[in-house]
Ligand binder design. Structure first.
Ligand code: ZN
Length: 362
């Protein structure tokens, strides 16, 4: 199998970079579509409009406050019709909508994440939901953003829980990319991983191990420190490249399985963290590795038990359902370097929960 590595064209990160988007735009033209997450319009509309204006674009701005469904994307494509650049600012869902719209319009794409909680800003895919809000499909666009503009000041002022969730997603990236690498599994591009993607994923973990706890403390104060800069890069660039080019494995498949249960209160990253601990149990990791990861999670304020993601009452039969969903043939769990069965996953979930409870109470 051929090795494939993909990435955005340019990544710009710093406090206040949103105030000078015109300096970083790698494209020109006359018409820009600006999709703004309704919740953060006040924070970003003015600087982005001013910057696009300074770069010579006429701007059509549209507030977005919906989950990414095919209907929402279709309507935006009709409304915009044509653009020389599509710029999206907001959380994962707004960026997923923006990426799909830009791909449909075959327009250059800029993502401006305002939270560091997902891998959406750098990747070439969108998570699409049904009209009723359930997961429908991953939509692959074949292209990554031309520019990812990350204003660390904006991100530090966003809710700390979302920053923590991004950390959980970035920690998973290493263990999953490493499993896929050892298994010679497939990445998102249907190719094999590279040494590059593997090294980036490892660096995501090491950066968070070194800077994660202090970065969370800073973000609790809405402050930007060198640790915050390091962790924003780990959550956004390293995790984004690491998952897409390195490949996913058990942690995200277990997350997907858990979403079949009623866990609507927990964030993506929180569910992924329980998936990561379960993956480590499934892989038979040493006590040092497993307990070390759980203790780091506790220090970072991440859930380490089923109760921590709203599943305190899940019985063995319920977990078996999640385990079966996690082992669907299309799931990334088969990127583990051994055969995985639903029974093994259910046993690992129960055991991970028990160890998590013991360390949390200890
Ligand atoms: Zn994720």
């Amino acid at each position: 199998m051929t090795r494939i590595f993909g990435s955005p064209g340019r990544y710009v990160q710093g406090e206040g970079v949103i105030d000078s988007i015109e300096e970083y735009l790698p494209m020109d033209g006359s018409q820009a579509a600006l999709l703004l997450d309704e919740q953060i319009v006040d924070l970003v509309a003015e600087p982005l409009r001013a910057g696009l204006d300074a770069a010579g674009f006429r701007i059509e701005s549209i507030a977005v406050d919906e989950v990414p469904t095919n209907g929402v994307i279709e309507a935006l494509v009709d409304e915009i019709d044509a653009a020389d650049v599509v710029v999206g600012a907001g959380g994962g869902r707004t960026l997923d909508i923006t990426k799909a719209v830009a791909a449909r319009l075959e327009a250059p794409l800029v993502t401006v994440p305002t939270i560091a909680s997902t891998d959406a800003p750098t990747s070439s895919l969108s998570v699409i939901y049904t009209e009723s809000g359930d997961f429908e499909a991953l939509q692959f666009h074949g292209v990554n953003p031309d520019l990812v503009l990350v204003d660390t000041g904006l991100i530090a002022r966003a809710p700390t829980r979302l920053f923590r969730s991004g950390i959980a997603d970035a920690l998973a990236t290493w263990f999953e990319a490493d499993a896929a690498y050892r298994a010679h599994g497939k990445n998102v591009f249907e190719g094999r991983s590279t040494r590059t993607a593997h090294a980036i994923a490892r660096e995501a973990y090491e950066t968070i191990d070194e800077h994660g706890v202090d970065a969370v403390r800073a973000v609790e104060q809405d402050a930007v420190t060198p640790s915050v800069e390091a962790v924003v890069e780990a959550n956004t660039l390293m995790s984004g490249l690491g998952f897409e080019s390195g490949g996913l494995a058990a942690a995200h498949a277990i997350h997907d399985g858990l979403t079949h249960l009623e866990v609507h209160g927990a964030t993506h990253g929180e569910k992924v963290n329980v998936g990561t601990i379960t993956q480590l149990v499934l892989e038979g990791r040493s006590r040092d590795e497993l307990h070390g990861f759980i203790e780091l999670s506790i220090e970072l304020g991440l859930p380490v038990t089923l109760a921590g993601i709203g599943l305190a009452d899940a019985d063995a039969a319920t977990l078996q359902r999640a385990a079966e969903a996690a082992c669907e043939p299309t799931e990334t769990i088969h990127n583990e370097p051994f055969e995985v069965t639903p029974t093994a996953v259910a046993d690992a979930l129960l055991t991970a929960d028990h160890i998590g409870r013991t360390l949390k109470d200890g």
